[in-house]
Write a protein that binds this ligand. Structure first.
Ligand code: KIV
Length: 253
């Protein structure tokens, strides 16, 4: 078993709730690590909140490698998880070689989107001794195929498929599984059915961990904020205020 899987399984068994945040750069990653976050995810949400792309499908391996390396330089304590971006894991061989590249750049584990249909990719990664985190429910990399971001697990069949996905990923060696935009009762049931922690985002309070995009937590991306995210700061307002003061001080108004 990968050390991250045993660590997270033990923490779940002890009843510990885990706080997970994304980071994409050195200073943010260092601050989050020093403030005690449990896991740091270099998510492909990078595309939207840092690079100004419309969705995550334009994120490449080169972009992920660049940002995983930056985050690694800032983090001493929390495990760092790097996202495998769109079309970087279409075969088990590709999944493994790209997972290795993320690890070489500094990731402690990699995450990829998908359930039962991706277990060969997952096994290729975990058999090579690489830490792996699953991601099921609403899958942002499928936004174009799905025609939008939709809540998952609304029917009995859909809920049963999600549970099958989660059990298959756990069996394939996942250290944890992100449940994104899953009906809360379904997310709770999945969490109760696994030994490894679930990491919820827009999936209710029954998950073992919660993850947020750091920009949503600190109010740094004012143009869009998901309804489930609570901001504890307003960094965008502070940037605007400081910039206006600087402009005024230079222009002498
Ligand atoms: O890319 C990302 O930030 C993610 C989280 C929202 C779970 O996958």
């Amino acid at each position: 078993m990968h050390p991250l899987t045993s660590q997270l399984t033990q923490r779940k068994a002890a009843g510990e709730k885990l706080a997970v945040l994304t980071a994409y750069d050195y200073p943010t990653a260092r601050l989050l690590d020093e403030a005690g976050v449990d896991l740091i995810l270099v998510g492909d949400s990078l595309g939207m909140v840092v690079l100004g792309l419309p969705d995550t499908t334009g994120v490449t391996m080169d972009m992920m490698l660049h940002h995983v390396a930056a985050v690694r330089r800032g983090v001493k304590r929390a495990p760092v998880i790097g996202d495998l971006p769109f079309e970087s894991y279409t075969t088990p061989e590709l999944a493994l070689s790209n997972a290795l590249r993320l690890v070489q750049a500094g990731a402690d584990a990699v995450k990829l989107e998908g359930g039962v249909g991706f277990t060969e990719q997952v096994k290729a990664i975990t058999r090579a001794g690489i830490g792996y985190v699953g991601h099921i429910g609403m899958l942002p990399q499928s936004v174009k195929i799905e025609g939008g971001y939709k809540k998952k697990g609304k029917t009995e069949e859909a809920a049963a498929r999600l549970l099958d996905d989660a059990l298959a990923l756990e069996e394939a060696g996942a250290a944890a599984i992100v449940l994104e935009s899953v009906v809360p009762e379904v997310a709770t049931k999945i969490s109760q059915s696994l030994q490894i922690p679930t990491i919820g985002i827009g999936a209710g309070n029954g998950c073992d961990a919660q993850v947020l995009v750091v920009h949503d937590l600190i109010g740094a991306f004012p143009w869009f904020k998901p309804p489930f995210a609570t901001s504890h700061a307003n960094v965008a307002q502070e940037i605007t205020r400081a910039t206006r003061r600087f402009v005024e001080s230079v222009k002498g108004s």
